[in-house]
Design a protein around this ligand. Structure first.
Ligand code: TA6
Length: 434
């Protein structure tokens, strides 16, 4: 089987002919979904049996592989394998080292044999069950360093195959951020204990968030609707690195982003551009910016689900929430009011409402105070799983509940954000040692 790399301009007839027979005639995909306007901007691939074009595929500039189709009479003869091999070869040549696709579930094994890993749950697309699958090529960190590295200040390393992590070094602090999920993992001011907590049992693998750091919960906070992931779907997917730069006062910042695609629209049918901008220095600033790129308003709940490292939970309290009402998840979301500082003697899982105040984690064990300031939020979550709930987390080691505490900067409960078409919303968490 011979494969040619072609353009839509030169081979639209052959490409559309194959896709019409396979997707529209055979699989009844609606025309409007098939011709999505992206073809003119994509690289296309045609596989030939003798002189006849019998299969196609396309690759978008962001690494999205799609429209893989082989005519019925030519399946099982290696056409698909030849197409995928050509796409991967072209991607490497273009230094595209992170690829993703939305595979019809019956084809998941085919892609898995080329190293693609499933991310998230099965979702319907045009009424056909699909799985999002991602592949990080072995030299992904190298490519990211070439494009975004800042010598002596910012570099990418692989925490595990396919899990690139950015390491940031400044005179005031160091930090680590997983590109997958745009998850800040560490922030450690010079001479201090780490401020963020990551479980010793945490795993680093494609499609799975790390237990600890700052998971990004979006476009919903908390339990999802039936069959949808808790805390939204962005924390287990690869984000794209968009910008890195040295900022004022010896800070370094990185901007990561994600846009909607078929697999996100199958879970949440809206067009969006989501960005996380992290500024590392003597403080840690995380700004989660939601941009509604669609034509209708949408509503989100969200959170920067920050896990803090404390010396001993029993010797820790949180001030700043005095006289604040909260929903107590441990008591089936019963409402109560906080009196004085929050102390910890058991499982604690509370959504404090109508509050814009700073919280201060007063850590008697490490003899330090961590200030959590925020903007774009009127609710704060305080969570410690304690002994029993800890046992339910395979990625928490026994007894770790004693050294961690979540003070989360969120829009949760009735703190729901409506973003109008074209508008943006910014949620900021600003963390510093008092
Ligand atoms: O923010 C608190 C919480 O919603 C807890 O109820 C618990 O579910 C925690 O988040 C961890 O959730 P996760 O999905 O990361 O295991």
């Amino acid at each position: 089987m011979r494969v040619s790399v072609v353009s839509w301009a030169s081979h639209a007839a052959a490409l559309s002919g194959i896709r019409r027979r396979v997707f529209i005639d055979e699989q009844h995909v609606p025309e409007a979904l098939e011709w999505d306007g992206l073809d003119a901007h994509a690289t296309h691939f045609l596989v030939y049996a003798d002189a006849l074009p019998v299969g196609c595929a396309r690759l978008l500039a962001d690494g999205h592989i799609g429209r893989m189709a082989v005519l019925a009479d030519y399946r099982g003869q290696g056409a698909g394998r030849a197409l995928l091999a050509a796409v991967l070869k072209h991607a490497r040549e273009q230094a595209l080292n992170w690829l993703y696709l939305n595979a019809q579930t019956h084809a998941a094994g085919f892609y898995a044999r080329s190293g693609f890993q499933a991310v998230g749950a099965v979702f319907p697309d045009a009424g056909i069950p699909h799985l999002r699958m991602e592949l990080v090529m072995e030299q992904h960190s190298n490519a990211l360093n070439t494009q975004f590295g800042l010598p002596g200040k910012l570099q990418f390393v692989d925490a595990a195959p396919g899990v690139p992590v950015v390491e940031i070094t400044t005179p005031h602090a160091t930090a680590r951020i997983a590109v997958q999920g745009a998850q800040v993992l560490e922030w450690q001011p010079t001479g201090q204990q780490p401020v963020l907590w990551v479980s010793r049992a945490a795993t680093y693998q494609t499609g799975k968030g790390v237990r600890g750091g700052v998971p990004v919960c979006w476009p919903w906070f908390g339990a999802g609707a039936e069959g949808k992931p808790a805390h939204g779907f962005v924390r287990t997917r690869m984000w794209e690195v968009r910008e890195t730069c040295q900022g004022a006062a010896d800070t370094v910042f990185i901007r990561l982003g994600m846009k909607d695609d078929e697999s996100t629209r199958a879970l949440w049918d809206h067009a969006f551009n989501l960005e996380l901008v992290v500024t590392v220095g003597a403080a840690l600033k995380m700004e989660l910016v939601t941009h509604n790129t669609g034509t209708v308003p949408f509503e989100i709940t969200q959170g920067l689900h920050t896990y803090f490292r404390v010396g001993a939970i029993g010797d820790t309290q949180v001030s700043g929430l005095d006289n604040t009402a909260y929903l107590d998840k441990v008591l089936d979301f019963a409402t109560a009011t906080q009196h004085g500082a929050v102390t910890f003697t058991g499982e604690t899982d509370r959504v404090y409402v109508n509050t814009t105040t700073d919280c201060v984690i007063e850590d008697g064990g490490f003899k330090r105070k961590i200030r959590v300031a925020k903007s774009g939020s009127t609710s704060t979550v305080v969570w410690n799983p304690w002994i029993e709930k800890e046992k339910g987390f395979a990625d928490m080691a026994q007894g770790e509940y004693q050294e961690m505490l979540c003070v989360e900067t969120v829009n949760a409960g009735n703190d729901r954000i409506t973003v109008l078409p074209g508008a943006k919303h910014s949620l900021v968490a600003f963390i510093a040692l008092d």
